[in-house]
Write a protein that binds this ligand. Structure first.
Ligand code: SF4
Length: 280
């Protein structure tokens, strides 16, 4: 099968940086635990385990040693609690995520009700929400009508949200409130580039394969973007999940990867697709 690679693939700089910070920290002896997945991809997690880095979901599960904060960041209270528990903190929070924290604080300090566009349960959103009192989290423009009245609002977005969702939410807020400040820059550029690459691939291919963790927010947004551009989509975590049945009628296949998918995994999928005969 013919494979067309997206023009942006491989991990974003925030995930790469977190990975490097973690592997560097693993060179120093002593227990090292990641609080939450450092990468949302099984292959990346396997590589961390090989380096002796354990991953847990809650701070309470870490008895001693050092704790690594993932690129998604955490609420400031979590860092404080970690230190109170006697843990050393290795902070791999992405600088872009810290920019969102700072923006939320600035909106709050200027008297705005902070509204976060994102998934309430996502680690990054919990981290942003923990920076300010009384944040409100919404999923999109559909949630705006149920919000209370506010004098002034400030909108920040989870980094992986789509620019189209942010634009629609901004428009809904501007209809509802007189004074709305929006930090468009809180949408992550590397994620946006990957979404635009999908848009470019859609008309050139019969089907798009997106490689990324099933629990990765940015990968799910890519899948949604591809579907909205009318593409047939196959979402896999690696080459082992490719099912020839899903490729019936496809001759040219687009290939893209989420922001935490290792390049090696994308190349393995590319080779497997190239070796797959066209399915009638
Ligand atoms: S997706 Fe963007 S915000 Fe998230 S870690 Fe990567 S570069 Fe940072």
């Amino acid at each position: 099968m013919k494979v067309v690679l997206a023009n942006k693939i491989g991990p974003c700089f925030g995930v790469e940086r977190a990975f490097k910070v973690a592997l560097q920290a693993a060179k120093t002896p002593g227990p090292l635990t990641a609080l939450g997945a450092l990468v949302h991809h099984p292959e990346g997690i396997r590589r961390l385990e090989q380096a002796g880095i354990r991953t847990v979901r809650k701070l309470e599960e870490i008895e001693e040693g050092r704790v690594i904060i993932s690129a998604h960041g955490v609420p400031p209270a979590t860092i404080k609690q970690a230190k109170e528990r006697g843990l050393d903190v290795v902070d791999a929070t992405c600088p872009l995520v810290y920019l969102i924290h700072r923006t939320a604080r600035e909106f709050h300090a200027s008297g705005r009700q902070v509204i976060i566009l994102g998934d309430k349960e996502h680690r990054e959103v919990r981290g942003i929400a923990g920076c300010i009192p009384h944040p409100v989290v919404i999923k999109g423009p559909q949630d705006v009508s149920a919000l209370p009245d506010y004098q002034k609002v400030g909108l920040v977005s989870q980094s992986t949200k789509r620019a189209e969702t942010l634009a629609a939410t901004t428009a809904a807020l501007r209809k509802r409130y007189r004074d709305v400040a929006v930090a468009e820059y809180t949408i992550c550029r590397p994620v946006r580039d990957r979404q635009l690459a999908i848009r470019d691939l859609a008309p050139l291919t019969d089907l798009i394969v997106i490689v990324g963790g099933k629990n990765s927010a940015n990968t799910r947004e890519m899948v949604q973007a591809a579907q909205e551009h009318g593409a047939r989509v196959v979402h896999v975590e690696g080459a082992h999940e490719l099912d020839p049945e899903s490729f019936r009628g496809a001759r040219t296949v687009g290939l893209a990867g989420g922001a935490s998918t290792p390049l090696e995994t994308i190349h393995e999928v590319a080779h497997a697709l190239e070796a797959m005969p066209p399915q009638a």
